[in-house]
Design a protein around this ligand. Structure first.
Ligand SMILES: Cc1cc2nc3c(=O)[nH]c(=O)nc-3n(C[C@H](O)[C@H](O)[C@H](O)COP(=O)(O)OP(=O)(O)OC[C@H]3O[C@@H](n4cnc5c(N)ncnc54)[C@H](O)[C@@H]3O)c2cc1C
Length: 422
């Protein structure tokens, strides 16, 4: 495959996309613009806003957010919009799309309350055997499967199943049977269509039950030669090694393949800070340590005093250093005939195209480019606004990366205006 250089990709960007990316990069790279933007997004993300501040009901507010933040980071509000956006992303050279239905609940540690829309909470009161919120999530998720192709990936935000599901997750339990049936139906359909599934990691309040649920799905669906399910592990958590060791032990005992999607973690703003590593350096060391261990098939006592279970590694990150180092290590070990695990990569839509394209220029042991995916979210503005807030926070934290992105986009805008060198 011919991989365009990063500047060529920007040169091919439609004008609207270029200007929008430049607008977002301008806000993200200037503190005095980003702080009010974050405050506004945080305000809009709270449920139960009046008409004036309701992002779904107020058409002016909806239009402004749609043309800016939404279109930068999300795929669409309808099937048609979403499919068109997915195509435009794969046309850029990525292996495929990871698509999520945006419905979720975020637990704000400071407010001690899951931020589910008010009507959902009311519906949960009446949910006994048939929960309409689970049904809505099931239908939305199956619609998501219909928007993607063989080889693409479905990502699940399982708290989208609503308060009854969230409560079970918080207790560390599997969700109600209706949700388990929905997950089974979705996984079966995906397996038939050659689509893999990633279960996203969410707020710590829910995470115990989410991880338990995806473990059960891996146990059932990750039987050789297919890996259908990936669970997400958040390296920024101090206790993450404990969970990963438990899951490796389960995979070893029951003979299934562990789908190990590794992220640093996105809920630093809302989760209990004490659970998260004290410094960014500690999070980086945890992330890179797990990657290196998996690629050497030596993690804790796995691969040392006991077998290393079959594992597929999926690195979801914008950290170029972590990803390029991992890719080169994996390729080196494969060409040296040393034990290692399969690896794939993903970045979020609207972020770090530079990183994705740099990866695509790397070579695997067979001479091919690595598998790099672009991950996007679809859903109504109201459902996507918490997601948008997390992306804005990440841009705030990735100061160097957003500055580089801003400078590169500025150069391209200047060139098109006739001021720059071609
Ligand atoms: C395709 C994809 C899927 C994702 N899915 C999920 C998911 O399911 N669940 C989820 O939680 N996140 C998810 N994320 C987001 C991810 O967890 C990170 O928030 C985001 O990618 C930024 O981290 P990074 O590795 O890209 O790079 P970097 O910019 O190198 O790292 C930033 C991250 O470091 C950590 N960090 C920053 N400051 C500190 C500090 N002071 N102390 C300790 N740690 C710190 C935080 O995790 C922060 O997000 C996903 C990301 C991608 C690309």
């Amino acid at each position: 495959m011919n991989v365009p250089t990063n500047s060529l990709v920007r040169a091919k960007m439609p004008l609207e996309m270029l200007l929008r990316s430049f607008f977002i990069a301008t806000i993200s790279s200037k503190k005095f613009l980003l702080i009010p933007a974050l405050k506004l997004l945080s305000f809009f993300s709270k449920p139960g806003r009046s008409y004036l501040f309701n992002v779904d009901r107020n058409p002016v507010l909806h239009g402004i957010l749609k043309k800016t933040f939404y279109n930068q980071f999300c795929a669409g509000e309808s099937k048609q919009e979403t499919k068109a956006c997915c195509k435009s992303l794969t046309d850029l050279g990525f292996k495929g799309i990871i698509l999520t239905f945006a419905k979720e609940m975020v637990f704000d540690h400071r407010n001690k309350a899951p931020e589910a829309p008010a009507e959902q909470a009311a519906k949960a009161e009446t949910a006994a055997t048939h929960d309409p919120v689970v049904e809505e999530w099931r239908v939305g998720t199956l619609a998501t499967v219909d928007m993607i192709e063989k080889g693409d990936i479905l990502a699940l935000k399982t708290t989208g199943g609503g308060p009854a599901v969230g409560e079970a997750f918080h207790r560390g339990e599997l969700p109600p049977q209706q949700m388990m049936d929905a997950l089974d139906e979705i996984a079966t359909k995906c397996k038939e269509r050659g689509i893999q599934i990633i279960v996203d990691a969410e707020s710590q309040y829910f995470q115990k039950g989410i991880a338990r649920t995806s473990l059960e799905l891996m146990r059932k669906f990750n039987r050789e030669p297919t890996v259908v399910i990936y669970n997400t592990y958040q390296a920024y958590l101090k206790n993450q090694p404990k969970y990963l060791q438990q899951h490796l032990a389960e995979a070893e005992k029951d003979g299934f393949t562990l789908g190990l999607k590794l992220v640093r973690g996105a809920y630093i703003l809302s989760d209990d800070r004490a659970l998260i590593h004290d410094t960014k350096e500690d999070t980086d060391a945890a992330y890179n340590g797990i990657v290196e261990g998996a690629l050497h098939q030596k993690l804790w006592d796995f691969g040392v005093s006991r077998p290393f279970p079959a594992t597929n590694l999926f690195l979801a990150s914008h950290n170029k250093h972590s990803l390029i180092t991992a890719q080169r290590l994996q390729a080196q070990r494969e060409s040296d005939g040393l034990p290692t695990v399969p690896i794939a990569f993903a970045q979020l839509h609207g972020m770090s195209d530079e990183v994705g394209f740099s990866l695509l220029k790397e070579q695997c042991a067979d001479g091919k480019a690595p598998d790099v995916f672009k991950c996007s979210t679809w859903g109504s503005m109201g459902d996507c606004v918490a997601y948008l807030l997390r992306r804005a926070v990440e841009n705030r934290d990735a100061v160097l990366r957003t500055k580089d992105e801003f400078n590169a986009l500025k150069k391209e805008v200047w060139k098109r205006l006739g001021f720059g060198r071609s």
